[in-house]
Ligand binder design. Structure first.
Ligand code: TMP
Ligand code: ASP
Length: 264
């Protein structure tokens, strides 16, 4: 049971709104809110590779909370309200724009493969890409032409999402640089938040080592989901290292049988 949240609704009495690969969304305690639950499932390559990684959900919940709290504090609008417990956070209900927005600072992954650029090459400037969220199609890359022609977002919304993506990239790059980590690239999602007749685009979903490429500055060691995608092992240890450097995890505590010990 969670001692932080007295109004916690038992899991079996909640209405499940949506279950994704790594998270579940439940109905929230008030209209316009949802509960975002982080699972331990790790998937890659559109679910072809799937594994349960003990403790991953807890770490992503904490790391994503940390990032979203700071984004909110900087006036970058997000869906995040507050963390409820080890695996869950309270969020505002938004209409998810069916796009993944990828920002790249350093060549890696699909960019390196597609364009034959060696991984680790610093890009001449940050590059923003859009992918259409569709499991059946394997999240294909799309252009602004596709997005507006098919009505996934308006030109104004694309502008808003790009402006948000640049601010998030600047914030995250600085945050990680300060703890000796290079932000190679990351993926974010946006949602439409309705407030009466007004709608604005906010940052939604999660930002965690599942959705970023994070390399140790000194050693280039990977501290992100590529450890899973590339069968390198040590996924939880890498996420713990990210949490530890951000000051979320207690330093000198052995990760005993109870799993990672987290500070408040
Ligand atoms: P990519 O190089 O495979 O296109 O990935 C770019 C970034 O987006 C990387 O940080 C991982 C992240 N990402 C996701 O979060 N979800 C996905 O489904 C994919 C393909 C990438
Ligand atoms: N998350 C995606 C999937 O589950 C792919 C990835 O992150 O590589 O397929």
């Amino acid at each position: 049971m969670d001692f932080l949240e007295p109004r916690y609704i038992p899991m079996n009495r909640r209405r499940r709104i949506y279950e994704g690969k790594a998270k579940i969304l439940y109905e929230g305690p008030e209209p316009g809110t949802l509960i975002q639950h982080f699972k331990d499932d790790a998937t890659a390559f559109n679910n072809k590779k799937h594994q349960i990684v003990d403790g991953k959900g807890v770490l992503n919940n904490r790391i994503s909370e940390y990032v979203f709290m700071h984004l909110n504090a900087m006036g970058i609008p997000t869906h995040f309200i507050r963390r409820l417990n080890m695996r869950e956070q309270l969020i505002r209900e938004v209409e998810i724009v069916p796009l993944e927005i990828v920002v790249r600072n350093v060549a890696a992954g699909s960019l390196s493969q597609r364009l034959g650029i060696e991984e680790g090459t610093v890009l001449p400037r940050s590059i923003i890409e859009f992918y259409y969220k569709s499991d059946e199609l394997g999240d294909p890359m799309v252009s602004e032409e596709h997005i507006t022609a098919f009505g996934w977002a308006t030109p104004q919304e694309i502008d808003d999402m790009m402006a948000l993506a640049i601010r998030v990239n600047d914030f995250l790059s600085g945050l990680f640089l300060g703890v000796g980590i290079r932000l190679v690239d990351f993926k974010m999602e946006c949602g439409r938040l309705w407030e009466g007749d007004m709608m604005r685009i906010v940052v939604a979903d999660e930002i965690s080592p599942d959705s970023c490429r994070l390399w140790d500055i000194a050693s280039n060691e990977k501290l992100d989901k590529d450890r899973f995608r590339r069968d390198m092992g040590g996924l939880v240890e890498a996420y713990q290292e990210v949490a530890r450097r951000l000051g979320i995890l207690v330093d000198n505590e052995p990760p005993a049988n109870g799993g990672p010990r987290l500070v408040q």
